[in-house]
Design a protein around this ligand. Structure first.
Ligand code: SAH
Length: 469
C-alpha cells in the first residue's frame, strides 16, 4: 500500500527532523519545491525519483491543483512518497491543502513537522520569539496575500508580543509604515532576516521607522520580526558562527571535517567534486604472491581494495605475510578498520615521503588512484584501484557552493585541480589545505594557501578557525 509523508525540511541545512530524514532516506519518490537546502536531496536513495514542483518548474505555486495531481500520480506509482517542504509544512506552505486532498482521495498520509522559519529565522539572528519579561506571546502573519488584503495593523499594534511576518521581503516598507500608522511606536525594534540557516544568512536590525531604508540589498526569502525581542542579540558565540566553509573532497575525512566544523558553529558544505569509480585490478590478486609490501595512498584505495578482495572471497589470512605501508594517519585508520595496522608511515605524509621510505625495498605493490604522483611509480609496481570521475552537473553545484563560501578547504591535490580552475574567486576566500602536495596544487593556480599543521581533521579545522581570527 502506497503512503505519502508531508515532511518539513526545517529552516536551513540539517534542520529536518530525525523522523523526516529516515523517511527521506528510504523513499521511492520525493516531490519538492523552493526554500529548502537542496543538498538534502543527496540523502535520498540514488534510484529515487525526484520531482521539482517549485517556481522554476513553471508549475506556479498558485497551481496547487497540479501539485495535488502529481502527488496522486506518485501515490499510484510508488510505495513511499515524501512531499518535502521548507520549514514546517503547515506554516504557510499549503501543506494543509495537500493533506486534505490526500485525505479526500483516500491516500494514507502523515505530516512530519519541522522548525519553521517563523521561529528559526529570528533565532538565527539572535532573537528569541518569546522571552521572560520581554514577550509572552508571538504571532505569525503573512506579509503577502493573493488578494492584496492588508493586515489589521491597528489590532497588531495593540497586541503584546513578538510579531513575525513571512513572505515579507517586498512588503517590508509597507508593513513597517502600516504598523506605525496603526499606533505602534516608530522606535519599536525590528529586524529583517534573510536566508536563515543557509550560507547567505544575513540580518539587518533597526526600528520601524529606519529599517526599510537599510534593506535594499537583502534577498528573499526573508522574515520580518517586530517587537521588543527584536532588540535582543543572543547570537551564537561559537568561533565559526554564521561562517560558510566549503570542504572539497570525498569520503569520511570530509564528513569528519564537516562534523567538527558544525560543532564550531559553521555552515559546513561538503563538496563532492569527484566521484570514486573502482577500476579493474584483479591482475594484482592473480600475482599477489610476487609482492611483500602493499602501499596505500588513500582511504578510498583501502576500501576499494578490500571490497574487491571480499567479492573475490579472498581469505584475509592471505594478507598475513605482507608489510603494509600508508601515506598518512587517515589511511592508516581506514586500514585498521580491516584489522591491519600499518607497518610503515612516513613522517612527511606525501607520496614523495612514502617513496623515500620505501626506496630500495623489494616487492612493493603500489595500490592507488589513477593519476597519482610519479614519485611512487618508480619504487614498485603500480595497480590502479580507482579513478576520480567528474560529473558536470555535480561540478556545477560545487562551483556554485564554493563561490558563495567564506572559506574553502581542500583535502587533496586532485580536488584542487578539479575545482579551483572553475572558480571565479572574486571574493578571494582563504584557501585552507592539508599537506604540501595540495598546497603546491593551489600555488600552481596563483593562490597562497593556508596549510594545516598535520593531516588530521582536527588540525584542518583549527587552521580554518585561525582564518577568522
Ligand atoms: N513553511 C515555511 C514557510 C513557507 S512561506 C516555514 O515554515 O518556514 C515562505 C516564506 O517563509 C518566505 O517568504 C520567508 O518569509 C520564509 N522563509 C522560508 N525559509 C526562510 C529562510 N531560510 N530564511 C528566511 N525566511 C524564510
Amino acid at each position: 500500500m502506497s503512503r505519502i509523508f508531508l515532511v518539513g525540511a526545517g529552516c536551513g541545512a540539517g534542520a529536518i527532523s530525525a523522523r523526516g530524514l529516515s523517511l527521506l532516506r528510504r523513499c521511492d519518490c520525493v516531490v519538492y519545491d523552493d526554500l529548502l537546502d537542496e543538498s538534502i536531496l543527496g540523502e535520498c536513495p540514488s534510484d529515487c525519483e525526484k520531482i521539482y514542483v517549485g517556481k522554476r518548474s513553471g508549475a506556479h505555486s498558485a497551481e496547487q491543483g497540479e501539485i495535488n495531481r502529481i502527488l496522486m500520480a506518485c501515490a499510484e506509482k510508488h510505495r513511499l512518497v515524501v512531499r518535502l517542504k521548507g520549514g514546517d509544512p503547515y506554516v504557510f506552505g499549503r501543506g494543509g491543502e495537500e493533506a486534505l486532498a490526500l485525505k479526500d482521495a483516500g491516500v494514507p498520509f502523515a505530516e512530519i513537522p519541522a522548525s519553521t522559519s517563523a521561529i528559526a529565522a529570528p533565532a538565527a539572528a539572535g532573537i528569541p520569539v518569546t522571552h521572560r519579561g520581554v514577550a509572552r506571546s508571538f504571532h505569525v502573519y503573512t506579509g503577502h496575500t493573493r488578494d492584496g488584503e492588508m493586515p489589521d495593523y491597528a489590532l497588531i499594534a495593540r497586541t503584546e508580543g513578538t510579531h513575525i511576518f513571512l513572505m515579507a521581503r517586498s512588503r517590508c516598507g509597507d508593513i513597517c509604515r502600516g504598523l506605525i500608522e496603526g499606533g505602534m511606536s516608530e522606535d519599536t525594534p525590528c529586524a529583517l532576516v534573510s536566508e536563515a540557516g543557509m550560507p547567505g544568512e544575513r540580518a539587518v536590525r533597526g526600528t520601524l521607522s529606519a529599517l526599510p531604508e537599510s534593506i535594499a540589498d537583502m534577498p528573499s526569502p526573508a522574515v520580518l520580526v517586530v517587537g521588543k525581542t527584536a532588540g535582543m542579540d543572543i547570537r551564537s558565540t561559537l568561533p565559526l558562527a554564521g561562517v560558510t566553509v566549503a570542504v572539497a573532497g570525498t569520503g569520511e575525512y570530509v564528513g569528519k571535517v564537516c562534523t567538527l566544523l558544525n560543532e564550531e558553529g559553521a555552515f559546513a558544505r561538503p563538496l563532492a567534486v569527484a566521484e570514486v569509480k573502482a577500476l579493474a585490478f584483479d591482475a594484482f590478486f592473480e600475482r599477489m604472491k610476487e609482492f611483500s609490501v602493499l602501499a596505500f595512498t588513500s582511504s578510498n584505495g583501502v576500501r576499494i581494495f578490500f571490497a574487491r578482495a571480499k567479492e573475490k572471497k579472498i581469505d584475509h589470512r592471505a594478507f598475513a605475510k605482507y608489510k603494509f605501508a600508508v601515506v598518512g594517519k587517515g589511511t592508516a585508520e581506514t586500514l585498521a578498520e580491516f584489522g591491519f595496522y600499518a607497518d610503515i608511515i612516513p613522517s612527511v605524509h606525501t607520496a614523495a615521503g612514502l617513496a623515500e621510505k620505501l626506496r630500495g625495498m623489494k616487492g612493493v605493490a603500489v595500490l592507488r588512484a589513477e593519476g597519482g604522483n610519479p614519485a611512487l611509480t618508480e619504487i614498485g609496481e603500480e595497480f590502479l584501484l580507482y579513478r576520480l570521475y567528474y560529473d558536470d552537473e555535480k561540478l556545477r553545484q560545487c562551483v556554485y557552493e564554493a563561490e558563495r563560501a567564506d572559506i574553502i578547504a581542500f583535502s587533496s591535490a586532485q580536488t584542487v585541480r578539479g575545482l579551483l580552475p572553475l572558480l571565479s574567486m572574486e571574493r578571494r576566500p582563504p584557501l585552507v589545505c592539508i599537506g604540501e602536495e595540495t598546497a603546491k596544487a593551489i600555488r600552481a593556480f596563483g593562490y597562497t594557501p593556508v596549510i594545516a599543521k598535520d593531516a588530521s581533521a582536527e588540525s584542518l579545522v583549527k587552521e580554518i578557525i585561525s582564518c577568522r581570527d
